[in-house]
Design a protein around this ligand. Structure first.
Ligand code: GN1
Ligand code: MG
Length: 352
């Protein structure tokens, strides 16, 4: 979007401040992120991704960039390079970002490929799961102590519940049937929301936002090449990643596509099995339920608080997003036994 703050002249001058080869020719909005603003920058010889980092969510860009640089250096150290992450392109003065016009600006490498709008085959689901597991496996030997927490409280469901309680008690808008239904869905399941927090889960470096549109596929649509959107690359549990990946790739219209979910989980397991612990394996089905529940809770809280976190086109959008996620969580809950059986079978499969 090119608004008053980011008119095209401003964008051209900002983009020219980064060390891309050639002269900036074209700048177009990229992706559907709800937090940062993103543009594709084309010069006569090169391409790059320009982003304005949302400073209200990520107030310390130095931390985001340090985490990213550390992971990239680690991947380059290793022999296996089958998953790429976009590298930062420094400013002409050698900095990792610019602070200008009330925002933090950075440029990242553009990785050629396509993003998928939906997963339509088991093969694609499996390769998506495999690439997430592969990323986890490549990060598994990093010490989380060397990383910054770029977004404290991210995926702490109990904290989201407290925020929701406050927002609901301060809510002065008109009650409506949709809101009451969403609130009762949260109330009905809040007792289960803290199971992952109470478990003794290993802390690892995770992606944090492994949605389908954060994976670049090759043009044949089969092979995932790279993971992007790395501001939440930080210490956490892989369970939130796998739950979020299944949610985003296999949840449609408030229903989980069980076949796609099984394929995704088996791809992930194949790549991640060598480091997963028993407690992690045990709680995978719970994570598949929790992530839509948690995102529904976050959307609903944002709706009640005046839509200050997630970008919206109209004031009810976060309510509709919450309904959709909460319907998905309910669907997973209603078929939890089947999901658990499928996962038990997958996780009992010996490695090849
Ligand atoms: C946000 O901006 P985007 O779309 O990459 C959010 C994720 C949510 C997602 C829902 C830092 O990610 O947690 O799953 O929206 N990221 C942050 O669409 O809160
Ligand atoms: Mg994101």
């Amino acid at each position: 979007m090119v608004d008053g703050m980011t008119g095209s002249e401003t964008l051209f001058s900002l983009a020219s401040g980064f060390a891309l080869a050639g002269k900036v020719r074209k700048i177009t909005p990229l992706g559907d992120g709800l937090i940062n603003d993103t543009w594709l920058v084309a010069t006569d010889r090169d391409k790059g991704v320009l982003q304005r980092i949302n400073g209200a969510v990520f107030p310390r860009p130095a931390w985001n960039m340090a985490n990213l640089r550390r992971v990239i250096a680690h991947l380059e150290d290793g022999k296996e390079r089958d998953i790429r992450l976009p590298k930062p392109i420094p400013t002409r003065g050698g900095a990792d970002w610019l602070e200008e016009r009330g925002g933090f600006w950075r440029m990242l490498e553009y990785i050629e490929g396509i993003t998928l709008k939906g997963v339509d085959s088991r093969e694609t689901a499996r390769s998506l799961g495999w690439s997430l597991g592969r990323l986890h496996a490549l990060l598994a030997d990093l010490d989380p102590a060397g990383f910054h927490d770029t977004l404290p409280g991210f995926h702490v469901t109990s904290a989201y519940l407290s925020e929701f309680d406050r927002a609901l008690s301060d809510w002065r808008g008109l009650a409506c049937a949709e809101l009451s239904a969403a609130v009762s869905r949260i109330e009905a399941h809040r007792g289960r929301a803290e199971v992952l927090e109470r478990a003794d889960l290993p802390r690892r470096i995770v992606h944090g936002d492994p949605k389908l549109d954060n994976v670049i596929f090759d043009v044949s649509r089969r092979r995932p090449l790279a993971w992007v959107d790395l501001d939440t690359l930080k210490p956490g549990s892989v369970l939130y990643d796998i739950g979020d990946c299944v949610r985003a790739a296999c949840g449609k219209g408030g229903r989980l596509d069980m076949e796609l979910a099984a394929a995704l989980l088996s791809g992930w397991h194949e790549a991640a099995r060598r480091f997963l612990t028993a407690v992690e394996i045990d709680l995978v089905p719970h994570a598949v339920w929790l992530l839509p529940f948690e995102l529904g809770l976050r959307f609903l809280t944002d709706f009640l608080s005046g839509n200050r976190y997630f970008r919206v086109d109209d004031p009810e959008e976060n309510l509709r997003r919450a309904q959709d996620q909460l319907a998905l969580a309910r669907d997973v809950d209603s078929r939890f036994g089947r999901l658990s059986r499928i996962w038990r079978e997958i996780s009992a499969t010996p490695g090849k």
